[in-house]
Design a protein around this ligand. Structure first.
Ligand code: PHE
Length: 357
């Protein structure tokens, strides 16, 4: 191999091996710079004879051009790579973050059901349930509503069609039929609450055709009105999270309790909000009474051996009072904005010791 050929292959090899622009420039200076190897050869042309120069000149020039072209080509490759590397480090992620996962909220009525189950749970009550579509016997007759008694009319009952004839079924007008179902299935002692939906043909600013009640029933030996009062006052204190509750039990009538009483509690109105417990006005919050002996007998329980008390309360209004919701109607409109505002995190199960709300 001639000297020129070995210079060329060395120079081209060095160009290809240059890993970055600085290394490539060093190769360029070493070969083509003023003091470079190929430039030094060019200077020898001056000392040659014209004949020698005619041969060596074009060879040297061609060599110089090929090395210069190789340097330029390698330079483009290295510059592209350098730009790619820079762009990779300067990369900005302009994609939008994913939208938040939709989160549901517990309806305030469901929250209050849970709170009540927690409070009565600490008093030894279990939760019982019954069907929304009830028969006349459980909703009325067994509860000591005599046939044709005017009390049946006061409930504005929704009657179901009964194509087979016979007594039509009803949408239960209260949760009290769960008292009957429980006493038919369980032996005393009994302590249950029964949360659920109830239906009456009523529709105005403060009444909706479907609403919610929680029923309570205690059947034990030696139960009297004092137990009823103590239990319900304790409940109201725990539910409204206050230390003092002034209450009164005002005589009333329900066919299934005797005596019967409505429970009123004192309250104070502060601006738009209402504080339960003390104050100068009374508010009715529930119906209650000692279970009527006829009801016990209808369920096969001897009233001379067992006594009990029962109560029933409207949950929608208690939730309004506790959580300062001014209007009943949005309860049933399923507006997600309202639910987000007034709803509760579904995983925060209320407990009496850990906090109800
Ligand atoms: N069931 C009654 C009502 O709906 C409430 C009640 C329940 C009263 C239990 C006394 C005892 O109005």
């Amino acid at each position: 191999m001639s000297e020129l050929e070995s210079i060329e292959s060395e120079a081209l090899g060095a160009v290809q091996a240059a890993a970055d622009l600085a290394a490539l420039d060093a190769v360029r200076v070493a070969e083509l710079g003023k003091k470079g190897r190929i430039s030094a050869f060019m200077k020898t042309l001056g000392k040659m004879t014209p004949e020698e120069r005619q041969v060596a000149g074009p060879l040297l020039n061609a060599l110089k051009t090929r090395v210069a072209d190789a340097v330029a080509a390698r330079k483009t490759v290295l510059e592209d790579a350098a730009l790619d590397a820079q762009l990779a480090t300067e990369y900005e992620d302009l994609t939008l973050p994913p939208p938040p996962e939709p989160v549901g909220a517990l309806h305030p009525v469901m929250q209050v059901f849970e709170e009540m189950a927690a409070i009565f749970g600490t008093m030894g009550f279990a939760v019982a349930e019954g069907p929304d579509i009830e028969d006349d016997w459980h909703n009325f007759t067994a509860l000591n509503f005599p046939e044709g008694h005017p009390a049946r009319e006061t409930h504005d009952t929704f009657f179901m069609n009964n194509p087979e004839g016979g007594a039509p079924k009803v949408l239960r007008t209260h949760t009290s039929p769960v008292q009957i179902r429980t006493m038919m299935e369980q032996k005393p002692p009994i302590r249950i609450i029964a949360p659920g939906r109830v239906y009456r043909n009523d529709w105005d600013a403060t009444h909706t055709p479907m609403f919610h009640q929680v029923e309570g029933l205690v059947i034990e030996k030696g139960i009297h009105m004092g137990h009823l009062k103590g239990c319900l006052i304790d409940f109201v204190k725990a539910f409204f999270e206050v230390d003092t509750v002034e209450a009164r039990f005002r005589p009333h009538f329900f066919p299934f309790t005797e005596p019967s009483a409505e429970m009123d509690v004192k309250y104070t109105k502060k601006g738009d909000s209402i504080q339960i417990g003390q104050g100068d006005s009374w508010m009715e919050i529930l119906g209650s009474g000692m279970v009527h002996p006829n009801v016990l007998r209808n369920c096969g329980i001897d009233p001379d051996e067992y006594q009990g008390f029962a109560f029933g309360m409207g949950v929608d209004r208690l939730a309004m009072l506790k959580y300062g919701m001014p209007d009943l109607r949005p309860y049933f409109e399923a507006d997600p904005e309202w639910t987000r505002h007034y709803g509760f995190a579904p995983w925060l199960t209320p407990t009496v010791s850990g906090g109800l709300s």
